[in-house]
Design a protein around this ligand. Structure first.
Ligand SMILES: O=C(O)c1ccc[n+]([C@@H]2O[C@H](COP(=O)([O-])O)[C@@H](O)[C@H]2O)c1
Ligand SMILES: Cc1cc2nc[nH]c2cc1C
Length: 353
């Protein structure tokens, strides 16, 4: 049994600033001009604060990929058919997807979790936690009920908990779901009050000429669903997705376990925004891996006051951008733990000290 959402929310504390101060003081004794390692220094301090350890360790990492389908795919909002979600899950299982390659590169434990793929999947290599066969088409009905959203969130919490119990010290969270940029844009527009035109993009690569159709679909869905924009849970249920809900749970579970969690691209960041509206303290465990090409990602990042580590023009999802950013976290912790100090190396301090 996964821990409940209610219980997990009570366990989330913010960062440990005292430990951060100790890490900062130590960094200022290391053999380099003060501040010269720039954002690697702030990253090391953030990791110390999240882990509540002056010398944090982020190895080994764990990768969670949540897969689900979206009824709104029927409106022709993606460049790919819905079956691709299930087909990509099979690709994750046979270890051929980009996230498999990058997860191997960083020696990560990887779990693929079916929270709502619109096909019966069987066999090993997938965690079977299907809540339903895809969401409702948000133009016609709510995406899911509140009970279904809570079930998906608790699946995410349970997955983060398994990674913590397996000894993972950092989490990477990704997703797969045809049409999920449509659901994510709808959630983002509802939660920020921004125009739909400011938060949409080409997703898997729809033609520029189909963007107006995608915008109209989202506007119709928002008009029909009338979500309470002050209630992130209502927005998630009416306009969101099962993998978005599960990612929300994984972020909450990570925060409850003091696991730094690297947020991936557009969909993952919209899930991070839902998470922070449900539990503002969960923001403290998040490190933002990269800036996706999807235009709405900038809006989501700005809303969360987040500055991602990388900007590589990615727009894949699966957790790939987060996995690519992970080695920087390792470098930050190694810098903190392994560099010589001015005193130990017998090097004269400069004026700036
Ligand atoms: O992570 C991103 O920023 C990102 C941007 C565009 C597309 N994606 C991926 O593409 C799929 C959604 O695109 P679409 O066009 O079907 O809505 C889904 O499987 C995502 O993982 C992911
Ligand atoms: C092939 C393919 C791989 C993906 N991985 C994440 N989203 C995806 C969408 C498509 C279409």
């Amino acid at each position: 049994m996964s821990p409940t959402l209610e219980h997990t929310l009570t366990r989330i504390r913010g960062r440990d600033r005292q430990v951060g101060d100790r890490a900062r003081a130590h960094i200022d004794t290391l053999t380099k001009p003060p501040g010269s390692l720039g954002r690697l220094e702030t990253l090391a301090i953030e990791l110390a604060e999240i882990r509540s350890e002056a010398f944090p360790d982020v190895t080994p990492p764990g990768v969670l990929v949540f897969a689900a389908d979206h009824g709104v795919a029927a409106e022709g909002v993606s460049a790919f058919p819905q079956e691709v979600t299930a087909q990509m899950v099979a690709n994750f299982v046979s270890r051929g997807a980009a996230i498999n390659v990058f997860a191997r590169q960083i020696d990560a434990r990887l779990e693929v979790i079916d929270v709502g793929v619109a096909a019966e999947l069987s066999g090993d290599g997938v965690v079977h936690a299907k809540v339903r066969l895809g969401t409702g088409n948000i133009v016609e009905s709510d995406a899911m009920t509140r009970d279904e959203a809570v079930q998906a969130i608790e699946t995410g919490i349970g997955a983060a908990e398994r990674m913590a119990e397996a000894g993972c010290r950092c989490l990477i969270v990704g997703e797969m779901g045809i049409a999920n940029t449509t659901a994510s844009s709808a959630v983002l527009a509802a939660l920020t009050g921004r125009e739909v035109s400011a938060v949409i993009g080409r997703g898997t690569g729809i033609a520029e000429s189909r963007l107006a159709h995608k915008q109209a679909v989202i506007e119709r869905a928002m008009e029909a669903r009338q979500a309470n924009t002050d209630d992130a849970m209502d927005v998630l249920c009416k306009l969101g997705g099962l993998e978005i809900a599960a990612m929300t749970g994984a972020y909450l579970g990570a925060a409850a376990h003091r696991l730094p969690v690297i947020v991936d691209g557009f969909i993952a960041t919209v899930a991070a925004l839902v998470t922070c509206r449900l539990c503002p303290a969960a923001r403290d465990a998040m490190i933002f891996g990269h800036r996706s090409q999807e235009p709405g990602h900038g809006v989501a990042l700005d809303t969360l006051r987040a500055r991602p580590l990388l900007d590589l023009d990615l727009r894949l999802g699966e957790g790939t951008g987060a996995a690519l950013a992970y080695p920087l976290l390792v470098s930050a912790t190694r810098m903190l733990a392994d560099m010589a100090t001015f005193a130990s190396a017998g090097i004269a301090g400069g004026e700036a000290r």
